[in-house]
Design a protein around this ligand. Structure first.
Ligand code: SF4
Length: 178
């Protein structure tokens, strides 16, 4: 189940340019989930193509994990105005699409505090939870979940950069080196 190109299920439809659908291998065992599209994503209709996307791409390349082998998405598919956090009603409206993307995966990787909070259903401190595998509920089933830092957080933090790098390496080694 995907949103229609003209989805109007929530108020984020009012200011978006393009809906940003997941990109990559639809059969990937692992899905990376950010919070919401930013300006470049809104203009291109593709997830993680701005500065954060370039950082993530660099780490994927370093790990030898082609971007096309994973699935990349966001909790909501339309850009919130001014890059504010998505509101509860907006996330609820988009949730069926997200659940469809997450179900039957072997691992969900949450990128950044906001996405992790939404996926785990509670406030988190990234320092405490980063790279510690847990499980989340997806449509009534438990799915393995790894919270880690958003690529944008790695610009000014060595700790965040190393954690995200290690998370990507873990994904490659555990799910793709078979
Ligand atoms: S955020 Fe999701 S539910 Fe809201 S308009 Fe966009 S695609 Fe539809």
């Amino acid at each position: 189940m995907r949103p229609s190109p003209d989805c109007r299920l929530c108020t984020l439809s009012q200011n978006r340019s393009l809906i940003v659908l997941p990109e990559g291998d639809p059969c990937s065992p692992v899905v990376f989930v950010g919070e919401a599209p930013g300006e470049k994503e809104d203009q291109s209709g593709r997830p993680f193509v701005g500065r954060s996307g370039r950082i993530l791409d660099g780490m994927l390349e370093e790990a030898g994990l082609p971007r096309s082998s994973i699935l990349i998405t966001n909790t909501v598919k339309c850009r919130p105005p001014g890059n504010r956090d998505p509101q509860r009603e907006e996330m609820a409206a988009c949730l069926p699409f997200l659940q469809n993307e997450l179900k039957d995966r072997e691992l969900v990787v949450g990128l950044g505090k906001s996405a992790c909070r939404d996926l785990m259903g509670m406030d988190v401190k990234m320092k405490e939870v980063a790279n510690k595998e847990t499980a989340i509920d997806v449509d009534g089933k438990k799915v393995a979940f790894m919270p880690t830092y958003h690529p944008a957080a790695t610009i000014y933090s060595k700790e965040a950069r190393e954690a995200l790098r290690q998370a990507v390496l873990y994904v490659k080694k555990t799910y793709y080196d078979l």
